[in-house]
Design a protein around this ligand. Structure first.
Ligand code: COI
Length: 354
């Protein structure tokens, strides 16, 4: 891409990189030296800048804080053989950000602001991309309303930012999940498909209750009847029944996961039978009982492919077969990892070199 965006750069005078143990990275607690910002004012994006990562000033009357007019994305960069940044499907994140922006009455973010902002930021923070197994640079683009006004209306001013965090695995063990049949994450007509901050805020309490019972996460069900599986909050959810890959079809209440889409594409490419459809809680529980459900996993940027160890339903835990026996999810995990690290062929042209 030809650089057209004029980006002001203020580099840090003291990198924090030497203080980081890159062989022992937590998820989402460490941030690279710089961040990218852009302001939306008077109907246009402007003031593109890279500054040292750090706290920033916002008005206490910012509607993002009061009313949650805020959206975000998550994508990852990997270190290529020659030190280059290999970024997985960034155009899909840019597109999805605009789907979220539309739903949340936020302005369209042009491709060059997202891509050139990211390209420039990665140029300055390239050394923060970890190379150890299971690690990557998690990229967090986000946009929030920035008016100084506490009436309820869509803002006129916005800020778009990108920060980078070198990360290890989000889940370090196979996950224990509970099927949630009381609380609701999203409903038809709501914002569940958007990556809106409030979707995550609202899911904290039910997830906390599940965590108190020893689960890592929930499997959300439809808000009307709680009879159909939706997603897992930090990831989409997928099942293998009798060698068929089955996942809930997308709608208003499910995030259009890029990892989800990648798994489906790989499965079809390999000739695996794929079904995107309504998935009932009853068939999942029956499958666990009669052994037809051989694999279950989450798919997400942060979570990557997260094997599900057990599923809790109505106070009972149902165990899945041991992880080493799971042919499909292990293959997809290995293949996706190989593509992302530039070690395997990329048949879909997913990787961008930045
Ligand atoms: C991601 O996978 O990028 C997400 O946004 C999920 C979040 C739990 C980190």
């Amino acid at each position: 891409m030809v650089e057209t965006l004029k980006i002001q750069v203020q580099k840090t005078d003291k990198s924090r990189k030497a203080q980081v143990d890159f062989n022992n990275l937590p998820f989402g607690k460490i941030f690279a030296d710089h961040m990218f910002l852009a302001d939306y004012r008077d109907g246009d994006w402007r003031n593109f800048r890279i500054v040292p990562y750090g706290h920033m000033q916002v008005s206490p009357a910012t509607p993002a804080i009061h009313y949650g007019q805020s959206i975000f994305e998550g994508l990852k960069a990997y270190r290529g053989k020659n030190g280059e940044a290999l970024v997985f499907r960034p155009y899909d994140n840019w597109k999805r950000m605009n789907v979220s922006a539309d739903r949340m009455c936020m302005p369209y973010l042009p491709e060059d602001v997202f891509m050139e902002g990211l390209r420039s930021l990665l140029k300055h923070d390239r050394d923060w991309i970890p190379s150890s197994e299971g690690s990557s640079l998690y990229i967090r683009p986000f946009m929030f309303s920035a008016d100084e006004y506490i009436g309820i209306r869509p803002s006129q001013d916005f800020t778009f930012m990108i920060i980078n965090s070198p990360v290890g695995p989000y889940y370090s063990t196979p996950v224990k999940v509970k099927i949630e049949t009381h609380y609701t994450r999203a409903v038809e007509g709501g914002t569940g498909f958007a990556k809106a901050g409030g979707n995550y805020g609202g899911s904290l309490y039910p997830a906390k209750l599940a965590q108190e019972k020893g689960y890592h996460q929930l499997i959300w069900t439809d808000g009307k009847e709680h009879k159909y599986v939706e997603e897992s909050g930090t990831m989409n959810v997928m099942f293998v029944f009798d060698n068929t890959l089955v996942t809930p079809s997308l709608g208003d209440s499910i995030l259009r996961g890029i990892t989800r889409d990648s798994v489906l594409a790989l499965a079809k490419h390999w000739g695996v039978k794929v079904e995107e459809r309504r998935v009932s809680v009853a068939e999942v529980v029956d499958g666990l009982k009669n052994g037809r459900l051989t694999e279950a996993f989450g798919a997400g940027t942060a979570a990557t492919i997260a094997h599900i160890e057990l599923i809790g339903y109505e106070e009972k835990n149902y165990y899945l077969p041991p992880v080493e026996k799971r042919k499909f999810s292990n293959r997809v995990l290995q293949e996706l990892d190989g593509i992302k690290r530039g070690l395997m062929e990329d048949p879909f042209g997913w990787m961008e070199v930045f």
